[in-house]
Write a protein that binds this ligand. Structure first.
Ligand SMILES: [Zn+2]
Length: 133
């Protein structure tokens, strides 16, 4: 009578082979990076910030420009007009005690006034220099 040897369980059907490939191939998770569809837009976007026609900067002196009305190359005729800068200076003068007519001094100072540029040919207003926006 052969003794039934109680061997430790050896299941040959499921070998724990360390070299065996994992049940799920790694490529199933680590998918290759999808090629990014480069939507290159060859249309130039940065065209807007460079105007073709340079508009003159209207300051307190006559500028050379082309009149939009009569389309002639002119040097503008400037006229000073009372703007917000004059009124603010007037109020500041009143606050500081200059209220016996002295607060009207800013109305006589062209450096505080806005400047309107007229066309000398057709009197069209070509531009305006506002000191305080
Ligand atoms: Zn004109």
């Amino acid at each position: 009578m052969e003794p039934t040897t109680e061997k430790p369980q050896e299941n040959p059907s499921m070998p724990q082979d360390p070299n065996a490939p994992p049940p799920y191939p790694s490529t199933a998770f680590a998918a290759p990076p999808q090629p990014v569809a480069y939507t290159s837009q060859p249309t130039a976007i940065n065209v807007m910030h460079t105007p073709v026609i340079a508009t003159p900067i209207f300051r307190d002196i006559p500028v050379r420009t082309s009149c939009a009305n009569c389309r002639s190359d002119i040097v503008t005729r400037t006229e000073f007009e009372v703007g917000s800068m004059v009124w603010i200076s007037c109020f500041v003068a009143v606050i500081f005690g200059l209220w016996l007519g002295c607060c009207l001094i800013p109305f006589c100072i062209p450096a505080l006034k806005d400047v309107v540029h007229y066309c000398p040919n057709c009197n069209n207003v070509c531009g305006k220099f506002v000191r305080l926006h």
